[in-house]
Design a protein around this ligand. Structure first.
Ligand SMILES: Nc1ncnc2c1ncn2[C@@H]1O[C@H](COP(=O)(O)OP(=O)(O)OP(=O)(O)O)[C@@H](O)[C@H]1O
Ligand SMILES: [Mg+2]
Length: 446
């Protein structure tokens, strides 16, 4: 400021001196006035220049100027820079929030006072089959037309959720429709946030649980009813010794059935709850196969007079790591199925081999009745039997393959089923490289 006053006085003085020197003493004041006016004009030009710059592009303000206008420009520049930084920062924060909401597996829709979509994340857009950009400011009730949802949205009573079939089902999706649980949460007056959750798996699990309990009850009730019937007969009818013995034999069969069922269920729940099988315990395939063979020959003899043509081959002398009891149970299960479902005289070939990629394969091929293609994917479901009456004759409850599949998965492997009706089936247990090693190599190292 003193600089400004000094330049002003200097201009006036210069005007006065110039007037005195050139025009004489009488015009000194006029000279001083002219000097002051010149200063004012120059000052106005600088102010106008600054204003022009600000009008065009604020960021082009000179970073360093002199005089009051230069300082003013510098200060404005600083304030603007700070404001820009704050805007950028809050914009970044907003983008982070939006990215976080985008990443949510749940759908999020913000609805304005009129019920229009203000914003929605990709999950919600996919579930509703809408376009997150194009359908902004559309009325949500026009896009999601499920009557239950429309009524819910209009009710303004959001204490509970509403469950509907997702308006957009994934392309090529078959079977159960995608189910959505939707709940609105009001905020900031009349605005609403809609949260959606895919509960298809939850509902399926609930259905499976219900089916499972129903199946177990049914499987236990059947032999129980038979047993109760026999008990009643024994109590009320005078029977001779031979008849009594026959009834008791049948009763023993039924109680055996119940015991097997309960044991299988316990095995399954143990498999589900237990930690992964050990990787350090190695069992020779030879021993597992020998045990299978012994069991299969006994079962074959018991089931048919003619017996089966059983053959066992082991292409490589290998060892398996995992829980030996489980591996044995899986192998025996597949073989006992082949023996039970293949009529007497049929052929059953059991093979162990190493695949070129290092995996191990235990396979059981039979010349039995085979399984129709539509049943194959369901064979490993609990209690699933192709032909209930035939399976029951042989004492099956439909848990065997469910157990085998579980064991395979626990060991990082899988169960493969190929079958042709009338020709026979091939059940193969595939084990990963990590669980198979060549016995010979081990011996050589030792
Ligand atoms: N080798 C096979 N040939 C033909 N059908 C088979 C064969 N193995 C299994 N199945 C069919 O698959 C169904 C399911 O087999 P799974 O072993 O799970 O149950 P199960 O043998 O009936 O009873 P469980 O094994 O619990 O005693 C059987 O009921 C049978 O219909
Ligand atoms: Mg079975």
């Amino acid at each position: 400021m003193p600089f400004r006053v000094a330049t002003f006085l200097a201009f006036s003085l210069a005007g006065a001196v110039l007037a005195y020197a050139v025009l004489g003493q009488s015009l000194v004041w006029a000279g001083a006035w002219a000097g002051a006016a010149l200063w004012l004009v120059l000052d106005a030009i600088r102010a106008k220049r600054l204003l022009d710059v600000m009008r065009r592009d604020v960021s082009a303000l000179p970073s360093r100027g002199h005089g009051v206008w230069g300082e003013l420009a510098e200060r404005i520049r600083k304030v603007l820079r700070e404001r820009d930084r704050q805007i950028r920062q809050s914009d970044d924060r907003l983008q982070e929030f939006l990215a976080a909401i985008q990443a949510s597996p749940n759908g999020v829709v913000l609805i304005d006072e009129q019920g229009r979509i203000e914003w929605c994340n990709q999950t919600a857009a996919a579930q509703f089959g809408i376009d997150a950009q194009r359908d902004l400011l559309q009325h949500l009730a026009n896009l999601v037309r499920d009557p239950a949802f429309v009524a819910y949205l209009a009710s303004w009573n959001y204490s509970r959720d509403v469950v509907i079939d997702a308006p957009a089902q994934p392309a090529g999706h078959r079977g159960h429709p995608i189910r959505l649980s939707m709940q609105v949460h009001p905020y900031a007056g009349n605005r609403r946030m809609l949260l959606t959750r895919d509960i298809t798996a939850l509902e399926q699990a609930e259905t499976m649980r219900r089916d499972f309990v129903a199946n177990v009850s049914h499987e236990i009730r059947t032999p129980l009813t038979v047993l109760a019937g026999f008990v009643e007969t024994l109590q009320s009818l005078p029977l001779d010794a031979e008849e009594r013995a026959r009834y008791l034999r049948l009763m023993a069969q039924q109680s055996q059935r119940m015991e097997t069922l309960v044991n299988d269920l316990l095995t399954l729940s143990r498999l589900e709850g237990n930690a992964a099988p050990p990787t350090s315990q190695w069992t020779p395939v030879r021993a597992l196969l020998a045990h299978c063979e012994e069991e299969a020959r006994a079962l074959s003899k018991q089931l048919s007079q003619q017996g089966h043509k059983l053959s066992f081959s082991q292409e490589a002398d290998s060892e398996l790591s995992g829980a030996p009891v489980e591996l044995q149970s899986a192998m025996s299960n597949l073989l006992s199925n082949a023996v039970r479902y293949t009529p007497g005289g049929g052929e059953i070939a059991v093979t162990w081999r190493l695949l070129p990629d290092g995996r191990g394969e235990y396979s059981v091929r039979d010349t039995g009745p085979g399984v129709a293609a539509e049943h194959i994917p369901r064979l490993t479901e609990r209690f699933y039997r192709v032909d209930r009456s035939r399976s029951r004759e042989t004492g099956g409850t439909g848990l065997g393959l469910a157990i085998v599949k579980h064991i395979a998965q626990r060991h990082g492997g899988e169960l493969r089923i190929e079958s042709t009706v009338g020709k026979g089936s091939r059940f193969a247990l595939m084990l990963p490289v990590t669980r198979v090693r060549q016995a010979a190599a081990v011996k050589a190292r030792a």
